[in-house]
Design a protein around this ligand. Structure first.
Ligand SMILES: Cc1cc2nc3c(=O)[nH]c(=O)nc-3n(C[C@H](O)[C@H](O)[C@H](O)COP(=O)(O)OP(=O)(O)OC[C@H]3O[C@@H](n4cnc5c(N)ncnc54)[C@H](O)[C@@H]3O)c2cc1C
Length: 458
């Protein structure tokens, strides 16, 4: 049986290990004490809470299918149904249904939300009348969408969504990589509003379908279940430091563990790492891949989880949370009302109201220089302004994700093409993870499984 070392025990690496089960002898190296990477469940006031990703894309099948395959089918759960809300202009305002990453489909529905000024709504409606040559090449989200819908729509509708998913900014993110559905329509030419309406009519999700699902007990259960089911040897506390090719053409991995150095060999290696970590290991083997991977920018964020005692709270908000456009000048980027959103959490902690706030987009790194207590105080103060007087939390927890989210800048897809071309010249080596074809968990699972198939086929 061939041997494979998977470096990185986040969901991408574990999905690769799962794909290799039965076909190879697999070892997963993970530098932290636990597998899971950005799927991490901690506790606050004795309750399980997600500190990183809290949901799995459900309209795209890869993550929920794998979760079901590893025995978590019964734990998959829908969030409470509630419209996405934007905190802007001093109020929480719902995004109209049917939007695609904030791009509106129905200007009339938008008019009732108060999200845009009357002039801003009129500018959105005018999109239908603007000539639209087919888009060729890539450009930033702002460059394309502000020209179509006006700057106000980008600032107040699209920016908050991009901040929520990528911790990114519309003027830096690639339309093709960060908003592929919109880019595909733009490449066909013609106004977007009628095309979006047609797309919605033709491909509307099945009735009752939800866009995301959670895992009862926390998404951290997902990587743990994949690790247990894949049959791989999992070495936690093991950081890969260098890669070499042996005279017989096998891969040698030098790692550091708590017990000292470790050297292992295998027929193939899967790098399931953030771009900068993969770059460092590839330096001696492919300067081209190293250069491209090292050039992928990353945003840092902090998640501040808070528990309020229901008995002491002056007021508890409704809905699942809100997103914040940077144009309003607030520090908060988003808030998720976990006790409203996830029934499993409400049942586990009926006396508490648990929420999480997030801070930090690309370019806002200085905000995160503040100590935990200052971040928490800022978050509480802004939550009071956004939703009302919540009172003081009885427990708080700050989780920092330094360089946690790769940024798909203009030309990202071409960059990924060049990385994949360079890596293809290294026999028995494949790469996967959030840096390539999507940051969401479902996309990561897809890249992990594809990387496994590549090394098997090699
Ligand atoms: C705060 C936050 C919230 C998010 N929310 C969502 C969400 O709700 N839904 C969603 O779909 N996506 C969400 N995402 C994105 C998604 O969680 C990640 O993109 C995805 O989990 C990345 O998985 P990965 O395996 O590619 O990388 P990672 O999770 O980063 O895993 C890589 C692993 O490699 C390990 N490692 C690094 N270097 C080495 C080395 N040299 N040797 C050994 N191991 C090493 C790391 O410790 C890590 O465990 C969120 C991301 C963040 C940061």
């Amino acid at each position: 049986m061939r041997s494979v070392i998977v470096i990185g025990g986040g969901i991408s690496g574990l999905a690769a290990a799962w794909e290799l089960r039965g076909a190879a002898d697999v070892t997963v190296l993970e530098s932290r004490p636990r597998v899971g990477g950005k799927l991490r469940t901690g506790t606050i006031a004795g309750v399980a809470v997600d500190e990183g990703a809290e949901s799995l894309m459900a309209l795209r099948p890869e993550a929920v299918e794998l979760a079901a395959a590893v025995g978590l089918g019964g734990a998959l759960c829908d969030p409470a149904q509630s419209p996405t809300t934007i905190w802007t202009g001093g109020a929480l305002r719902p995004l109209p249904a049917g939007h695609v990453m904030g791009v509106p489909v129905d200007p009339a529905a938008l008019a009732g939300t108060g999200l845009l000024s009357p002039a801003g709504v009129a500018r959105v409606a005018a999109e239908e009348t603007l000539p639209a040559e087919p888009l060729t090449g890539d450009c930033s989200v702002t460059d394309y969408l502000a020209g179509r819908f006006g700057r106000e729509a980008v600032d107040r509708l699209v920016e908050p969504l991009l901040g929520g998913v990528y911790a990114g900014r519309a003027d830096r993110l690639s339309l093709r990589a960060a908003m592929p559905r919109i880019a595909a329509l733009a490449e066909q030419g013609g106004p977007l509003l009628p095309a979006l309406r047609r797309m919605r009519a033709a491909g509307a999700p099945r009735s009752g379908a939800v866009a995301v699902q959670g895992v009862a007990g926390g998404t951290g259960r997902f990587p743990a279940a994949v690790a247990a089911a894949c049959g791989a040897r999992i070495l936690t506390g093991t950081t890969a430091r260098a890669l070499a090719v042996t005279p017989s053409g096998r891969w040698r991995v030098q790692a550091r563990t708590d017990d000292g150095p470790l050297t292992m060999e295998a027929d193939a290696v899967v790098l399931a790492l953030p771009a900068f970590a993969a770059a460092a290991l590839l330096r001696p083997h492919s300067p081209a891949a190293e250069e491209e991977l090292a050039a992928v920018p990353h945003a840092s964020t902090a998640v501040i989880t808070m528990a309020f005692a229901r008995s002491q709270a002056h007021f508890l908000p409704e809905g699942n949370g809100f997103l914040v456009p940077p144009v309003d000048g607030h520090t908060l980027k988003a808030a998720s009302f976990l006790s409203n959103k996830w029934p499993w959490l409400a049942a586990a902690a009926p006396d508490l109201f648990v929420l999480r706030a997030s801070i930090g987009r690309i370019g806002e790194e200085r905000l995160l220089d503040r100590p935990d207590r200052v971040l928490t105080r800022t978050a509480v103060a802004e939550l009071h302004r956004a939703v009302g007087p919540l009172g003081e939390p009885v427990a708080t927890r700050v989780t920092r994700w330094e360089r946690g989210l790769p940024q798909y800048g203009v030309g990202h897809r071409e960059r990924v093409g060049r990385i994949r071309e360079a890596v293809a010249k290294l026999p028995g080596l494949a790469v996967c993870g959030a840096a390539y074809e999507g940051v969401g968990v479902a996309a990561c699972v897809a890249t992990g499984r594809a990387a496994a198939r590549q090394v098997l086929a090699a």
